[in-house]
Design a protein around this ligand. Structure first.
Ligand code: SF4
Ligand code: SF4
Length: 549
């Protein structure tokens, strides 16, 4: 069935050079003596170790658990003993080190017990997402974003289309091509599970037309699968068709809004290798412990694609690909357009290592001297994001980052088309990366300053509140003391009155003199007086009050 395609702006036709590595069959790299497994191979927080030095671990065993929502666990990619948990250099443009778990392998490659689910359709999408999260699956197309998050559209968002990215548009890289050729069934079964998790109406698998074997393999596998809603779409080879926004445009004609996400327009995009990993996690119970890596370039003696255990040192892979062929080369992770240089072969393979390019002068010719911008506009003509690269360059160079953002710096996908065509040899993408890094650093500093201010304000508030509480306690105590004093005073007055009454009573018991020969009237007056006195003596408080008048 034909599918209407929609061209994206800009882009380039580049020499693919993929035949270098696809001429040989997919092979499996040997278990290395040592595995170095970084705790952060994904976008988000690093994982937290669950093992200690000296622990014996089995293949597939979880080594570190996610910390926070945007994070992913890491697993042992072979059996052995943990010999170190320490900072190790990792393959990253920053060149920084990261905490890593180092395993000395035992050569047994013994699996931990694991079980899959034979009927994925009986599982709720949330159960599927949990399996995918626990398997440590991240985007294998390069970014390394935890996949379970992209498979969670939320209750209110409807997903129309799941796109599987099999474009692999960057020259030299052929790991997805080989995966589709050799494991098309896994890609399709993963697509089916993902579509179920997203409730997506359809799934489109976009593959560039320079991969006829992969297209044929996936189409053949599709015939065996009763899935009418999955479609393989052959797309024109044009760099960077594999960019998420570009592929969406080509396949659906829809534009992802600036600073927006595909999900905003009802689309979710995953890499074909991610889909195959989802299949292995759900139906076989296998976590993400290996991937296909292209080892290529004219610096490699035997360029080819290898199935590699995550954590395998790069040097072991270069040896597996026949070592170098004595030509001087620059080691690049990724392709010639978007890759970055590595300064050591001791670095480990990670979940996002798609290609190791041993680039000689033949692969990436030296660029001439850098000259001033001549405002030729070539960079804008090829920009697939419709940006003005020369403006971005000027503002990034002047460190006017606000202006750079006004020119939509963050819509730049760093495809390198502008750098490739610039007649002045300006390293444009390096400037954009620098500007983005500076802006993120400023943002982090601003957030840190906001947090520090909040902490200071809260401390001040706490001190004030404690002062007020202390004052209130003093006031209450003083009131209580005053009340007690008043009560004591009243008690003393009553006591004095009682003592006086007692004294009077005792005096009254003495026989009064001159009481003989009294008239009847005198006797009555005396009796009345006695009665009144007796009444007052019975109520000392009244008596005290009378006396105080
Ligand atoms: S291609 Fe280079 S020289 Fe031409 S406008 Fe762009 S930055 Fe300037
Ligand atoms: S690197 Fe950025 S600015 Fe240059 S062409 Fe690509 S998207 Fe445009």
């Amino acid at each position: 069935m034909s599918h209407q395609l929609h061209p994206f702006p800009g882009g380039l036709h580049l020499p693919g050079n993929k035949g270098l590595s696809t001429d040989r069959d997919l092979a499996t790299a040997a278990v290395p003596p040592t595995l170095i497994i970084p705790l952060q191979q994904h976008i988000g927080a690093p994982a937290k170790p669950l093992v200690a030095v000296g622990d014996r671990v089995l293949k597939g065993q979880i080594l570190a658990t996610p910390e926070g929502y945007v994070s992913a666990p890491v697993h042992a990619s072979s059996s052995g003993t943990v010999i170190a948990i320490e900072e190790r250099p990792v393959p990253h443009p920053s060149g920084l080190a990261a905490p890593s778990i180092v395993i000395e392998t035992d050569g047994e490659d013994r699996w931990i017990e694991h079980n899959g689910h034979s009927d994925y359709a009986s599982l709720d999408p949330s159960e599927l997402r949990n399996i995918i999260r626990d398997a440590g699956i991240v985007g294998l197309g390069g970014a390394g974003f935890p996949s379970f998050i992209k498979l969670n559209p939320g209750a209110r968002t409807e997903i129309d289309t799941l796109i599987l990215n099999g474009a692999e548009c960057e020259p030299y890289i052929s790991c997805d091509d080989m995966l589709m050729r050799e494991h098309a069934d896994q890609v399709l079964l993963g697509a089916r599970i993902m579509r179920h998790a997203l409730h997506a109406r359809q799934c489109l698998i976009g593959i560039e037309d320079n991969k006829p074997e992969a297209i044929a393999a996936v189409q053949k596998a599709l015939q065996h699968l009763d899935e009418k809603e999955i479609q393989v779409v052959e797309i024109p080879t044009r760099y960077p068709t594999g960019g998420e926004k570009q592929l969406i445009k080509v396949l659906t004609g829809k534009e992802v809004p600036s600073q927006g996400l595909p999900i905003d327009i009802g689309i979710v995009c995953h890499n074909v290798a991610t889909a195959a990993s989802v299949y292995r996690a759900v139906e076989r119970g296998e976590p993400l412990i290996s991937r296909i890596v292209t080892v290529t370039g004219h610096g490699a003696a035997r360029p080819q694609n290898l199935k590699v255990r995550i954590g395998t040192p790069i040097r072991d892979l270069l040896q597996a690909a026949g070592g170098d062929n004595s030509k001087p080369y620059t080691l690049i992770m990724g392709g010639p357009m978007m890759g970055f240089t590595l300064d050591s072969e001791a670095l480990p393979t990670t979940k996002t290592t798609n290609c190791l390019l041993l680039a000689t002068e033949e692969d990436i010719p030296s660029r001439g001297p850098v000259n001033p911008c001549i405002r030729c506009g070539e960079c804008a003509r090829v920009c697939p994001a419709l940006l003005l690269p020369q403006q971005l360059y000027w503002h990034a160079r002047a460190k006017d980052f606000d202006k750079a953002q006004d020119y939509n710096l963050f819509d730049c996908i760093e495809c390198g088309c502008c750098t490739y065509v610039c007649p002045s040899n300006l390293p444009l993408v390096q400037y954009y990366r620098f500007a983005k890094t500076e802006i993120w650093a400023q943002e982090r500093e601003r957030k840190a300053a906001d947090k520090a201010r909040e902490r200071h304000e809260f401390r001040q508030f706490r001190i004030e509140r404690e002062k007020e509480e202390k004052a209130a306690r003093h006031k209450t105590k003083a009131k209580a003391v005053k009340k007690d004093a008043a009560a004591d005073e009243k008690k003393a007055v009553i006591q004095a009155a009682m003592e006086r009454a007692k004294a009077k009573r005792e005096a009254a018991e003495v026989q009064p003199k001159n009481t003989e020969n009294l008239s009847e009237a005198q006797k009555r007056q005396i009796e009345e007086a006695e009665t009144r006195r007796a009444a007052k003596t019975d109520n000392p408080a009244e008596q005290a009050s009378e006396e105080n008048k």
